[in-house]
Structure formats: C-alpha cells, structure tokens
Design a protein around this ligand. Structure first.
Ligand code: ATP
Length: 513
C-alpha cells in the first residue's frame, strides 16, 4: 500500500514537472479534485481522443459523432432519473472527520479478501510448478473457498441493502465487518446518508426553482435527446451508434487519487441503438470490442480485468466495468451498460414527443434498446501514465527515467537534435524538422549536451530522437535513436518519416484492431 502511494506520488510529480498535469489554480493553492492539463498533457489527451474517435466513429460506418451542449433543459435530468436518484451513500468517521462513500468502503474490504485469494493461488503456483491447475485449486482449496464464501456473502448483503435503499443495513454491514477508517483507525461511524452529485446553477437573472439548471453529470443524455435528429438527418438504420466526447461534472464526495476522480472530467461515450431483444448479444459484442481497443494500446494485457456490477443503476439490465491496474489497485476505467429503453422512454414521457424508430424490415415502430460504452478520458490518461513511467537501471549502473507512452499517443513523435549549435547543423536540423512537422508533432532542441537531451526526451515519452551531425551534411544521413531500446541506427533522411510512421502513425495502431 505504502509503495503504491509512493508510485502515485511519483506519477503526480513527474506529470507536473514535465508539463502534463498541474493542480488547478495552483497560485491560490489549488481547487480540490480539479486539474489543468499542461502543454504535453493537452497533446496526450488529444491523441487519446483521436484514437477513440477514429476507432469508434471513423472505422464504423454505422456510428456517428456529435457535440452536444453541456447545459440542457432541466427536465432532461428529471426524466433521466438524476434529480431523484443520482446519489452516493456517504458516511463520516466521527474521529477523523473524513467522509467516505459507504459502497466504496465495502468494495475495498472485498478487494482485500480477493488479494488474499490471489496470494494463495500464487503460492500454490510456485509450489506445484507446471502441473498446477488454477481452476481446480480455486474449486477445492479450503482457504480459498472460505474467503470466496466471505466475498459472496458480503456482496449479497451489500446488493440487497443498496437496492432496497436500506441505508441502516449498509451501515450495519460496515460495522459487522469491523471496517475502520484508514485515517483514524476508528470504527466510530455516522449514519449513512444519500448525497446528490449534480452541480446546479441559475439560468439568466430569474431566481427560483424554474430556472435551476444543472451541469451535465454524464454526456449520454445529450445523445438521447438528439436520437431522432441524428437518425433522421443521417438516415441511420438500426443498429447504429452515436458517439460523443465531452465534459461532465459530479460533486464527488471523495475526490482523491489525482485525476482518477475529479469533479470536472471528460467522458468518451457511445450509445448503440439496437432492436429490443437483441441487447444482450450487442452487450457481449461491445464488451469484447472495447477490451480489444484497450489492449491494443500495449499497456499490458494483465493490467485489465472485468467487474460485473452487483447493484445495477436504475436504467440498466446488465453492466460491467473494464478495470485497470492503477497504482491504487484495480479500478474502473470504462463502464459498459445495457441501458434498455429506459432513457428514450423517459424522454418520450416527459417531453410528450415520440422517440421511436420505424424498422422497415419488421414493418413496425419501437423504442430501441441501448448499449452504452463510457470511458473516462482522464482515467485513461492516468492509466497510460501509470503503465508508462519507469525508472530503469542501465548496464553501466546509471539510472534513467523513461515514459514509455504508446508511440501513437506520445506528445512528440520525434525530437530533432543538431549535435552542436554550429557548422550549419542547426540549419540542416531545421530543414528536417520542417519537413517532418507536416506529418508528425516534432520538437526541435539544441540546448545542452546530446546525452542530456536524450534523457529529457525519454522523460516526456518521445519515441524517436533524430540527431544531425557532420556526416549528415556529407551524405544526408542521420542517427535515429529508439526511446525504449536506446539503440541508434544510421539512416537516410528520406527514410525518417517511414520509420516514425511504422510505430507512431494512426494507421499503425488502427490496423491492429
Ligand atoms: P465510479 O464508480 O468510479 O464513481 P461510475 O460508475 O459512477 O464511476 P460511470 O457513471 O459509469 O462511472 O461513468 C463512466 C466513466 O466515466 C467511468 O468509467 C470513469 O472512467 C469516468 N468517470 C466517472 N466519474 C469520474 C470522475 N469523477 N472523475 C474522472 N472520471 C470519471
């Protein structure tokens, strides 16, 4: 745990030092759970968006993207259920005065038991070697079985209490499990209360309830209210999807852990409209495709796992998370939800407008069912940073910090570095930079010794460093250094762009999907 906290701290300080992420309004000591993306962070974020948009929208004939307003008619949030039910159960520790989400305290307790099982399995794997069968071990080992039973029983009680909105039951479960406050270590808990997560504000100058509007807590509703606009104007046929990237706002109770949980964040969501009855098939389809999309980034397959939801949101008939192994442990990165026809039906009811699709094949009209894929852009940013930041000890005993960001996402694809600041090398380097920058984001740097410049590029994740030396002037060749292997190769200037494109072009990653 201690080690993980240190790891997160390393990431936070590296992100700040190199211009990826700053605390918001830092000169005023910052604002809780709000962050600004710096010059390199903005590039990385844009690249993540592009990877998503290209894969989801441009590679799917039947998916289109929109950009809806953050403000929406207030009735939207009545219809969607957010005014009445977008709550988190919160609990305070009376000694530390710290506030927690009751469901998160329980989930963390379950996770601790799960880690015990994992350790038991790993121990047995080492003991039995090649003959080890994990499935058999899990099904028969008494310690594993006992711990699994514990998990099942806690999950069952938690699901029951949360679904019945039995807040006393949730509190009792926390007491029965002897869960202590991580700060004070005490079990002196308050009641559990519900807390609405939406930020509200006033529209125009008229005060009162009628003019209260909300900052959207999810981008999804902007898609639902535009369902017919898009379907008609785009002549879309079911099944089809509408995608959107945009800001969302939640007054989170426990907003810690850097950009993992913010009060203002960005979502990349896609709502896929299908025939009623076919939603489970499509749910499975999107679960698989989204996992593939994540793994295609090369952050390590073992860093992902699924978590099926116990307590389904008011709109869902199936839901799971794709979790990522963050420095704080496995946590939700993306949610995949089968939202039924709940949202469109509600908007029909509240708006009095028909939101149906005429299916020419069935010759009938219906309200489509919806599968949603929703990934947090900031969480994905943190996932990339956590997997990428490495401290390496080199063969000569020296150390280097390297950010092994997937090349397509790297802020700069290449650095153009004249070996010395004279003899016409800067001029030649500028020429190469100019030619490359039409295709890739590249950086020019002539300051400091070449070794230090390489280290700096390693620290910001630039996959290639191109060095222009005296030989370049003679035969038009340069050295190209690979960030990960640190190998250098002498190549013709005309080849540089092909070498970069092989690893860092959109084509190079999209063709693997
Ligand atoms: P959590 O259980 O962690 O609060 P959630 O289940 O409420 O998340 P969803 O409503 O499914 O989240 O939102 C979809 C995605 O939006 C999440 O998978 C996550 O990546 C992102 N997200 C949600 N809340 C935040 C937040 N406060 N800060 C950053 N990203 C968030």
């Amino acid at each position: 745990m201690e080690q993980n906290q240190d790891r997160l701290k390393d990431i936070i300080s590296h992100a700040k030092e190199y211009g990826f992420v700053f605390p918001s309004s830092e000169i005023y000591d910052g604002l809780a759970a709000t962050y600004d993306y710096g010059q390199l962070g903005a590039e990385l974020k844009n690249n993540i968006k592009t990877y998503w948009w290209k894969a989801m929208v441009q590679l799917h004939e039947n998916i289109v993207g929109i950009d809806a307003a953050i403000f929406m008619h207030p009735t939207t949030w009545k219809a969607s259920g957010h005014v009445d039910a977008f709550n988190d159960p919160l609990i305070d520790n009376k000694d530390s005065k710290k506030r927690y989400r009751a469901d998160v305290l329980l989930e963390e307790h379950i996770e601790k038991i799960r880690i015990k099982i994992d350790k038991e399995v790993e121990k047995a794997r080492t003991r039995f070697g090649e003959e080890f069968s994990e499935d058999q071990f899990i099904a028969t080992n008494p310690n594993v079985l006992r711990n699994q039973e514990k998990i099942d029983s806690i999950e069952a009680r938690m699901k029951y209490a949360l679904e019945a909105n039995d807040l006393e039951g949730v509190r009792q479960l926390i007491l029965d499990l002897d869960i202590a406050c991580p700060i004070s270590g005490s079990k002196n808990w308050t009641e559990v209360r519900q807390f609405n997560l939406m930020f509200s504000t006033e529209l125009g100058s008229v005060a009162g309830d009628a003019s209260t509007i909300y900052l959207r807590p999810e981008t999804a509703q902007g898609i639902f209210v535009n369902f017919l606009n898009v379907q008609k104007s785009g002549r879309m046929k079911i099944p089809f999807g509408i995608a959107q990237i945009g800001k969302a706002f939640r007054n989170e109770i426990v907003a810690r852990q850097f950009i993992f949980r913010m009060r203002e964040f960005e979502q990349m969501e896609m709502q896929f409209f299908v025939r009623p009855g076919q939603e489970m098939e499509w749910y499975g389809y999107w679960k698989e495709l989204r996992t593939k999309w994540h793994k295609n980034l090369g952050l390590g397959d073992s860093n992902y796992r699924f978590h099926d939801h116990l307590k389904l949101a008011h709109y869902a008939n199936a839901a799971c998370d794709i979790e990522f192994n963050f420095p704080m442990g496995f946590k939700e990165l993306e949610g995949i939800h089968s939202r039924t026809d709940f949202d469109l039906k509600q908007h029909e009811k509240y708006s009095g407008k028909k939101l149906q699709y005429f299916d020419p094949e069935l010759n009938e009209s219906y309200i489509p069912y919806v599968i949603e894929t929703s990934v947090g852009l900031d969480r994905l940013f943190l996932a990339v940073m956590s997997a990428a930041l490495k401290n390496e000890i080199l063969e000569d005993g020296s150390e280097r910090t390297v950010l092994q960001i997937p090349p397509v996402l790297a802020p700069y694809k290449a650095a153009v570095l004249p070996l010395v600041k004279k003899d016409g090398l800067p001029e030649k380097a500028r020429e190469i930079q100019k030619a490359l920058q039409r295709e890739f984001n590249v950086q020019y740097d002539e300051k400091d010794a070449i070794g230090r410049r390489y280290r700096r590029q390693d620290s910001i994740g630039t996959p290639f460093s191109i060095t222009i030396d005296h030989q370049t002037l003679e035969n038009n060749t340069v050295t190209i250094r690979n960030r990960d292997t640190m190998q250098q190769e002498r190549v013709a200037v005309s080849q540089i762009s092909t070498i970069i494109a092989r690893e860092a072009s959109w084509k190079s990653i999209l063709e693997k999907l």
